[in-house]
Design a protein around this ligand. Structure first.
Ligand SMILES: C[S@@+](CC[C@H](N)C(=O)[O-])C[C@H]1O[C@@H](n2cnc3c(N)ncnc32)[C@H](O)[C@@H]1O
Ligand code: SF4
Length: 412
């Protein structure tokens, strides 16, 4: 039994982009012609209304409008969306409300409008400040446009995240470090630095460019971690670095296995009830999603997470946190005693991938206050996480966890 439900967030997916990037496996579609903003926001609102009975009485602690490219939407559409959300569910007054924006369109002039609509944090998809690198990954913008977008985001919001990717085609360690130094020099309070992955089904997977090998990429990760440390950023999750007080509350809720509603084409949701955890997924194709809404057909599919899957799902998220998690959180979120994963925890420790703070003494997990990945565990995170994958789950892959901007859990 899960004694009380965890904090609740809301993810909103906007599925259109100007052009599809060759490395991207998110549910994003090239916008040919005008985007049906009004119809889509209406569908989002209907989607939210259908979800309300699952979360009666609960409050939203953060909202993330992700994509795709949400900044293709006019400020008036975002305003209508946020107002419609607030009139249907209680959103905490101090809720973090993040929106993603891409350089290279006409977003900069819209930033103030988003702020007026209630967005209070902007996440800019810079990827690199280097023109040649941006061209090599098929981005529609160059370094100068990225710089302009970051400068105007910082001016309008202050609370800004910059997304960067490293281990780009033919990238040297010095080039990767230079991108990090530039993001730091801007003074952005949060930076996410992702290792470029060649995702199945993408053009980059079919025709791989020449990218740095694993050792070179690990060297880049070490170098960028030390750049951030010297500049006073806290490394708090595999790919996330923040100045004090600027950790992403929305993403932390994913990583601590909190609940989230997910509305929009292809969006995932996780909702905890007393005796079960439920996951949902929406229709992925934007037009089909809107059609279902118009004709009153179901827009989502749901399944209950089996008890046997819960430890893996919890670990997939919580082990991304550099400081790990308190043992009590495992039970609070899964309803299971920590003893169910004691053999895996011991094995992980023996392999040097996991550390436990044995303060308080005890055996079999009792008195182990904190569990966290070791430095080696962070480098071989997949190896560590797979240890919590029961055979039954290995045979039947679980749905990837929703958009948290991490390789394993970023998908909307
Ligand atoms: C949901 S994406 C969308 C953000 C925005 N549309 C953009 O591309 O600028 C969020 C971030 O995931 C990262 N990302 C996307 N595909 C990736 C991949 N194959 N490998 C590593 N990071 C990736 C990029 O840094 C991107 O900014
Ligand atoms: S990486 Fe971003 S801009 Fe490129 S296709 Fe994916 S969501 Fe769209």
């Amino acid at each position: 039994m899960i004694p009380h439900p965890p904090p609740l967030s809301l993810y909103v997916h906007i599925p259109w982009c100007v052009r599809k990037c060759p490395y991207c496996d998110f549910n994003s579609h090239e916008s040919r012609g005008e985007i049906p903003e009004k119809e889509y926001v209406d569908a989002l609102v209907a989607d939210l209304e259908a979800s309300l009975p699952d979360v009666w009485g609960r409050r939203i602690q953060s909202i993330f409008i992700g994509g795709g490219t949400p900044s293709l939407f006019k400020p008036s559409s975002i305003d209508h969306l946020l107002t419609s959300i607030r009139t249907r569910i209680h959103v905490n007054a101090e809720a973090e409300i993040t929106m993603e924006a891409n350089p290279g369109t006409f977003e900069a002039e819209r930033f103030l409008g988003y702020r007026e609509a209630g967005v209070n944090r902007l996440s800019i998809g810079v990827q690199s400040f280097d023109d040649a690198k941006l061209a090599s990954i098929g981005r529609i913008h160059g370094g100068e446009e990225a710089r302009r977008a970051v400068a105007s985001a910082l001016e309008a919001f202050g609370n800004v995240n910059i997304d960067l990717m490293y281990a780009l085609p033919a990238q040297t360690a010095e080039e990767a470090a230079s991108d990090i130094r530039e993001a730091i020099a801007f003074g952005a309070p949060h930076v996410s630095a992702y290792h470029l992955t060649l995702e199945e089904g993408t053009p980059f997977h079919r025709n791989p460019p020449s990218i740095p090998d694993d050792d070179a990429a690990a060297g880049m990760q070490d170098a960028l971690e030390s750049e951030f440390a010297q500049a006073g950023y806290e490394h708090y999750e595999t790919s996330a670095f923040a100045k004090a007080g600027f950790r992403s509350r929305h993403n932390l809720n994913y990583w601590t296995f909190g609940d989230y509603l997910g509305i929009g084409a292809g969006a995932h949701a996780k909702v905890t009830f007393l005796e079960r955890v439920r996951r949902e997924m929406r229709i992925r194709q934007p037009q089909a999603y809107m059609n279902a809404s118009l004709s009153g057909k179901p827009m989502r599919e749901a399944h209950e997470v089996e008890d046997v899957e819960l430890p893996f799902e919890f670990m997939l998220n919580a082990l991304r946190l550099i400081e790990g998690f308190p043992v009590s959180l495992f039970t609070e979120r899964t309803g299971l005693p920590i003893i169910v994963i004691e053999p895996q925890l011991e094995e992980g420790e023996r392999a040097g991938l996991l550390e436990r703070d044995h303060h308080g003494g005890g055996t079999l997990g009792v008195g182990n206050q904190w569990i966290r990945p070791s430095v080696k565990g962070r480098r071989f995170l997949n190896d560590l996480i797979e240890r919590f994958l029961p055979d039954a789950v290995a045979a039947k892959p679980v749905i990837p966890i929703a958009n948290a901007y991490s390789r394993d859990s970023r998908r909307p």
